[in-house]
Design a protein. Structure first.
Length: 379
């Protein structure tokens, strides 16, 4: 059976991603001085303004405005006249401590009995169709977004500006990727740049550098299909923390529990639970126990042990899904404290993963293949 599937990605200059990165940079700043910081930070970006608000309880001394300006400068909003730049933007902070009602259920004086910071459901996924154990379209869309930023920052295409989006459509047959059917790239740019030049440069220096030649087969290429893309970033669209949850995870190939990641400390299982399930799923596939697997877990606020664990191996394992669930429950500590300890999450690692997908990368502990031998025992 043939079918088509599409995933998208965005650059670090996208308004929502600016918000995610500022929130995670603030989280990192708190954890750098106080590993037990409790952070639920939200950010809004819009023309000439950044709003920082939420609940933060920490012993750290953090200058939130300074963090926001540093992030925006690093992304590349450094030129006046584009509606948003790190020097002239207004920064408004409205922060208050974590609710005592949440605190009493989470912090019990004993880190081993840490309660979940909220109720909710999370998913984890892995597939053997790429070396990253991620869906191909998702990998390629993120790689295109990274490359857009790279050619801008390195001066390879010097007229590009920070905002951009990518999209890749894949044709599958019997769950195997055959070819790329469509590549879509939209990038913000300086004014008075001929559209023909933009399209030529992006095809040659971005798309052809990322998409493997063997996947080009009657492939449609779309670059800035509406023409000009001069007004971008927060000047063109309001940005909000947590609005790119599919970009952050599996490009819609797997289900999503609905909880965002950025700006949340690891007691928030929206984040740590999803990281733990990616870690487990990737190691199961890498060990050979399944070729593809999706996991779901659920928690109750203030309760340590998960409420439920669901497994779907799509018929690709010699074990039943119930048997795989029992294996996971036996070998993996999926309590909040177990996850935090296993993945060493109480440290400033989050700004670095706030862009270009939280999964399928080499610089995150939940991507480590340290459980492969544990699962190979069951082969």
């Amino acid at each position: 059976m043939k079918y088509f599937f599409t995933s998208e990605a965005v650059t670090e200059g996208h308004p929502d991603k600016i918000a995610d990165r500022i929130a995670d940079a603030i989280l990192d700043a708190c954890l750098r001085e106080d590993e037990y910081s409790r952070v639920a930070c939200e950010v809004i970006t819009l023309t000439d303004m950044v709003f920082i608000f939420g609940e933060i309880t920490t012993k750290a001394n953090v200058n939130y405005e300074e963090v926001a300006r540093r992030v925006v400068k690093d992304i590349g909003y450094t030129k006046e006249g584009h509606g948003f730049d790190y020097k002239t933007m207004k920064v408004i902070c409205k922060i208050h401590p974590q609710s005592d009602d949440i605190k009493i259920g989470v912090d019990r004086g004993d880190e081993k009995s840490l309660g979940a910071g909220d109720q909710g459901v999370m998913f984890g996924y892995a597939t053997d169709e790429t070396k990253e154990y991620m869906p191909l379209g998702c990998v390629l869309a993120e790689a295109l977004a990274r490359r857009l930023t790279e050619v801008r920052k390195e001066g390879i295409i010097p007229y590009l500006l920070p905002d951009g989006k990518t999209q890749v459509s894949i044709e599958y047959e019997d769950d195997k990727p055959l070819r790329v059917t469509t590549v879509l790239v939209s990038s913000q740019h300086e004014s008075n740049i001929p559209l023909e030049q933009i399209r030529k440069d992006i095809e040659e220096k971005v798309i052809r550098e990322v998409i493997p030649a063997n996947l080009f087969n009657d492939t449609q290429i779309l670059i800035n299909p509406t023409g000009n893309f001069e007004i971008g970033g927060p000047a063109g669209d309001t940005g909000l923390t947590g609005r790119k949850i599919i970009v952050d995870t599996y490009g819609a190939y797997a289900r999503h529990g609905g909880g965002a990641f950025s700006g949340k400390d690891p007691t928030k299982v929206d984040r740590s639970g999803a990281y733990a399930l990616r870690h487990v799923a990737k190691n199961i596939v890498a060990s050979g126990l399944a070729k593809k697997i999706e996991l779901q877990i659920s928690y109750a606020i203030g309760v340590s042990n998960p409420i439920s664990l669901y497994v779907n191996s799509y018929g690709t394992s010699k074990y039943t899904d119930e048997e795989l669930s029992n294996i996971i429950s036996k070998e993996c500590d999926l309590t909040p404290s177990g996850i935090i300890t296993t993945l060493n999450l109480n440290r400033p690692i989050y700004e670095n993963v706030s862009n270009y997908g939280h999964f399928g990368r080499e610089d995150a502990p939940w991507e480590n293949l340290d459980l492969v031998n544990t699962f190979k025992k069951y082969l």
